[in-house]
Design a protein around this ligand. Structure first.
Ligand code: MN
Length: 494
């Protein structure tokens, strides 16, 4: 990960004179220093913008600077917006209009016309807002006092999204084999994905993985086994044959990681219909890899895999993205009486969201025609979250996000040989499912406990893809109406 920074571009105008502009600059330094001390990425004050050429130069430089993940603007004084047009027309970085004011209140005694000219964001940022709206440039607007932690938390979330967007633009996805045969929703236009989202999605034969596996040394497998024993519960792995089964997964993980790292890929997918030369479908191998930050989705689902990698980067622990709480998930079964969804997958549930130490177990698979693979079995952490699905709806991508509440699984399910996750969807299991199905959301999702629906809306805006939210206020009729209008809008957008 790069050391991303955000540029703080502060609007003013020459007519206010040197003394006022100097004060604007000093105030801007104080704001940027405070923001840098509380946000996940630093905010660098650029300069006070006084003219068309100042703005054009700074935006052009922001576009060329790889480490600059976004531009934050604030008009301390009035800053006539026609001087922003040339610069903003070329802006390629995510843009946040931060509508704040240097002083939190109105100073009763001190306020006079000079003070009003200096502290004028109340109308300066409205002029600024007009030009953003007039030019139809996608942007985020956050209003509030710059020392207020609720305000800075929202800026922090936007920064994480902007970094996720930068990551998306260079993301490479490795596919082992093609999509599972006859499945529709995992298909999609990879050219469109690269144009809109930047994803480079390419295929490698599973035989390439087998070749690398054969060259993995016993010492490498020993080291990986030590890591597994440290992180996971081995109480059910008792015989020599069991150990050999787990060692095979270790060998698979090492080989997959070597291939991903060699090609610079941060996400991958595979399919149980293409296991040429493999004795076990990767289970524990994939699970441990996912927990270290790689994106994944099964059955060749490159879209969910890519989204998973991006959402992991958007997670709260930005210095150690393996702690981002976003995982590949699949809807499996319902408790219709209590409005609960059970999510799992054949093998590859990411232990990132495990409530306790995951247990290594070995069970045969009903499909895939291979030896019984080792996998991790565990229950999820509880908490508020979302599930997100990205689909190719024909002519555009649609990102569908539903708010959920993960709960401690209500049943033990002793014969279910995989990790299990339970949640209550908004507004309810059945109404939510009606909305989801009307919108065309997939059975594969990314479930997250630290990326919010507002962050996903911001991501969709930055990437210029359709966004549909299912929350506590959603109804099938409202969703249907929104989709109907969206279809027309996106066709007009071309
Ligand atoms: Mn699946």
């Amino acid at each position: 990960m790069k050391n991303y920074v955000f540029w703080f571009v502060v609007g003013s105008h020459l007519l206010y004179g040197d003394e006022c502009l100097e004060q604007v600059g000093m105030d801007a330094v104080k704001i940027s220093e405070h923001l840098s001390s509380v946000l996940p990425y630093p905010v660098e004050f650029c300069d006070v913008m006084k003219s068309n050429s100042d703005i054009t130069e700074i935006i052009s430089k922001a576009n060329r600077t790889d480490d600059c993940a976004g531009v934050i603007t604030f008009c301390h004084t009035f800053s006539p917006s026609k001087m922003w047009i040339n610069g903003l027309s070329m802006l390629q970085k995510p843009w946040l209009t931060f509508h704040t004011q240097f002083n939190e209140g109105i100073p009763n005694e001190a306020i006079d016309m000079d003070y009003m000219n200096l502290h004028q964001s109340a109308h300066g940022d409205r002029e600024h807002g007009f030009i953003g709206a007039r030019m139809r440039i996608p942007r985020k607007v956050i209003a509030g006092y710059w020392k207020n932690s609720e305000v800075t938390e929202r800026i922090a979330d936007w920064q994480r999204v902007a970094v996720g967007a930068a990551f998306s633009k260079s993301l490479k996805v490795m596919r082992f084999g093609d999509n599972m045969r006859e499945v529709a929703v995992t298909e999609g236009d990879k050219i469109e994905a690269q144009i809109k989202l930047g994803w480079q999605v390419n295929t490698w034969g599973v035989g390439a993985m087998v070749e690398v596996m054969e060259k993995v040394s016993d010492a490498e497998v020993d080291a990986k086994m030590d890591e597994y024993k440290e992180k996971y519960d081995f109480s059910l792995i008792t015989s020599e044959a069991d150990i050999e089964t787990v060692r095979y997964q270790a060998r698979e993980e090492i080989a997959i990681k070597k291939l991903l790292d060699k090609e610079g890929c941060s996400a991958f997918s595979n399919t149980f219909q293409d296991l040429y030369g493999l004795k076990q479908l990767p289970g524990l191998a994939s699970q441990n890899l996912l927990a270290s930050g790689y994106g994944y989705a099964g059955e060749g689902d490159w879209k969910t895999s890519a989204l998973c990698a991006i959402m992991k980067r958007m997670g709260k622990k930005v210095t150690d993205y393996s702690d981002g709480l976003s995982v590949f998930m699949e809807d499996y079964n319902y408790d219709l009486k209590n409005g609960i969804c059970l999510g799992a997958h054949m093998l590859e549930v990411d232990p990132t969201i495990a409530a306790d130490k995951p247990r290594v177990e070995i069970h045969p698979l009903g499909i895939g025609d291979r030896e019984a693979p080792a996998r991790l079995v565990f229950e999820n952490k509880p908490g508020k979250g979302i599930v997100a699905s990205i689909i190719d709806i024909g002519g555009r991508f649609r990102l569908i996000v539903q708010e959920i509440k993960c709960i401690k699984p209500t049943q033990t399910m002793p014969n279910l040989p995989v990790a299990r996750v339970m949640w209550k969807p908004e507004p309810s299991l059945t109404v939510g499912a009606e909305c989801w199905i009307i919108a065309g959301g997939a059975h594969h999702t990314v479930l997250s406990l630290d990326v919010t629906s507002e962050m996903m809306r911001d991501f969709a805006r930055i990437m210029d893809i359709e966004f549909i939210l299912i929350d506590g206020d959603s109804t099938p009729a409202k969703i249907e109406q929104e989709l109907f209008v969206n279809d027309l809008v996106w066709k007009l957008k071309g």
